[in-house]
Design a protein around this ligand. Structure first.
Ligand SMILES: [Zn+2]
Length: 552
């Protein structure tokens, strides 16, 4: 996931509006699971049609341990666009998909698109931060020396190599030439420019996201190092530290002389293309139309997004094997799987493909454990009336609402199908907590939406380890990854193979939603919102009818 922005324009602003019940979970005793929020998504009509045609057979065939093994491989690397870990991940995916028949068998395509990397690829090698005492003792604060090292995100993407030491200052005013600024603020352009101007040797930041507080009462967030990126032209050594380390340096300062730190960083830069990997299950009767799914490879997290990368790959192989074994028939439309650099991967595919995209699904943050992160599986809908006026049961996550205008709302039934898939997977597994949120943005679904293609995001939130060094394999739950990946595939299949027999259930669910939404709106004395939802529901039903592959 990336920072929030205006609808489809990549404006960098960070808006935060919290849905209370969503974000702030009640304090719990240390070691206990976070308290589960009480959230109820709109109801859907029961039935065996639609996603239910696929959920059970796919879920039973999906090998969660193999998917976790895939995530473990990806998690070994700090992936940045075009770097060693990024390319090693794509090579691994190619081998896995090839073994399942992609690029080998008729109707199972596999190819790569090479694009301009727009700069060099950055690969971190090692780093260390030490606190130097006047008596010569050295205290290690952070460090890593292998790709999988715990503290690897102490180096923001594009951080330069460095080997320096200097006295610490805690604000710009106290910063002299050769000193090290230790700040609770972000490594933003303004601070970095000011520090450079004062001749600072290094800037260290301990900032975290507002929602990055451990909901389990264990304060593990104090050991979190926030992952971020700086410009390749940053022109000054930079590093990220945990709040606990910041406190440690401050404690040393109050003991007398300004503390000194030693910082070493080794990184390498390489030239090469940006690779985007594309696998395709070619449709049986409408192969020219495609449902596209995308999982970004770059970024260092296990939840974000080794779980999406591995879940989508294991899922694609599972579906190929089910079709090859005749346990599932080939869908009418093609289904495309994309792995690459977030957002760019979808734009690159959309520009390159001869297929007509009919829907997009971003598979981003699929496998987080509730117990280890406090997050649950969420459906982020495309812009709809709930993005303009957020009434119960809708609420935004701490990620924050995206800016939406009336003209951005184009009725479709994609979210309704995904919501139905979530309910069906819940039935298959005997109960599962999921929820949904109106559009917020920040992942590949935005790229499809920006081209007028209905698109959704399947993710997990609120995850207190999000974009921190804590987001590693221990935060993943194989069974959660299996359930969530099944939602992605049951939704993609239900769109790619939408049949007359599915429509009755969808129309009934449309009606259920419309009645619920307009009821809530009228109770809130918002007849305008009720009207908008009526229009939406009619448009969604029309879209569903149009997507039918065997209707007259
Ligand atoms: Zn992500």
């Amino acid at each position: 996931m990336r920072l929030q922005g205006a609808f489809f324009g990549a404006l960098f602003g960070f808006a935060l509006t919290c849905g209370l019940a969503f974000s702030r979970q009640a304090e719990v005793a240390a070691g206990e699971e976070p308290e589960r929020p009480v959230l109820k998504a709109p109801a859907v009509a029961a039935g065996e049609s639609g996603p239910a045609r696929f959920a059970g057979v796919f879920y039973r065939a999906f090998d969660a341990e193999a998917a976790m093994e895939g995530a473990r491989f990806v998690d070994r690397y700090y992936r940045a666009p075009g770097n060693e870990g990024y390319n090693a991940t794509l090579d691994k995916l190619r081998r896995k998909l090839g073994a399942a028949g992609f690029g080998e068998q008729e109707g199972f395509g596999l190819r790569e698109i090479e694009s301009d990397l727009r700069g060099k690829a950055w690969t971190p090698r090692s780093a260390s931060l030490e606190l130097l005492a006047t008596d010569g003792t050295v205290e290690k604060l952070h460090g890593f020396s292998s790709p999988e090292g715990r503290d690897r995100v102490m180096l923001p993407i594009n951080a330069p190599s460095a080997d320096l030491e200097g006295p610490v200052a805690f604000d710009l005013d106290g910063l002299s030439a050769g000193a090290v600024l230790v700040t609770e603020g972000d490594l933003n352009g303004r601070v970095l420019r000011a520090a450079r101007k004062r001749g600072a040797a290094l800037v260290l930041s301990s900032s975290l996201n507002d929602f990055g507080v451990d909901p389990r009462g264990q304060d593990e967030h104090l050991d979190a190092i926030l992952f971020c990126a700086v410009s390749a032209q940053v022109g000054i050594p930079v590093g990220k530290i945990s709040p606990r380390t910041h406190k440690r340096i401050v404690a040393r300062a109050s003991a007398g002389a300004p503390p000194r730190v030693r910082f070493r960083a080794k990184v390498s830069w390489s030239e090469g293309p940006l690779r985007t990997l594309v696998a395709t299950i070619v449709g049986a009767s409408k192969p020219e139309e495609a449902v596209a799914t995308a999982a970004h490879v770059q970024e260092p997290g296990a939840g974000d997004n080794a779980s999406g990368v591995a879940g989508l790959a294991q899922g694609a192989c599972t579906l190929a094997e089910l079709i090859q074994a005749g346990e599932l028939h080939r869908p009418a439309r093609s289904i495309v799987f994309i792995w690459g650099d977030e957002m760019r991967q979808s734009a690159i595919w959309l520009e390159d493909t001869k297929l007509q995209p009919v829907a997009g699904i971003s598979a981003d943050m699929l496998g987080q454990s509730f117990a280890e992160t406090g997050s649950i599986c969420l459906l982020e809908r495309s812009p709809d009336p709930g993005s303009l006026d957020t009434l119960a049961p809708d609420q935004h996550t701490p990620w924050g609402a995206g800016q939406v205008r009336e003209e951005h709302i184009i009725p479709n039934g994609l979210a309704l199908i995904a919501r139905t898939a979530m309910a069906d997977v819940g039935l298959v597994v005997g109960g599962w907590q999921t929820f949904e949120n109106p559009w917020e943005g920040g992942s590949d679904h935005d790229v499809f939406l920006g081209r007028g293609v209905p698109a959704i995001l399947i993710w997990h939130f609120t995850d207190f380890t999000y974009h921190t060094g804590l987001d590693r394999m221990a935060r993943l739950d194989g069974e959660e990854l299996r359930r969530t990946t099944t939602v992605v595939f049951a939704t993609a299949l239900a769109v790619a193979d939408l049949r007359q027999g599915d429509l009755e259930r969808y129309f009934a669910s449309c009606k259920l939603e419309e009645e619920m939404r307009s009821g809530v709106a009228l109770a809130a004395e918002r007849p305008d919102v009720a009207e908008r939802w009526r229009t939406w529901s009619l448009g969604a039903a029309e879209w569903l009818r149009k997507m039918c592959v065997d209707c007259d």
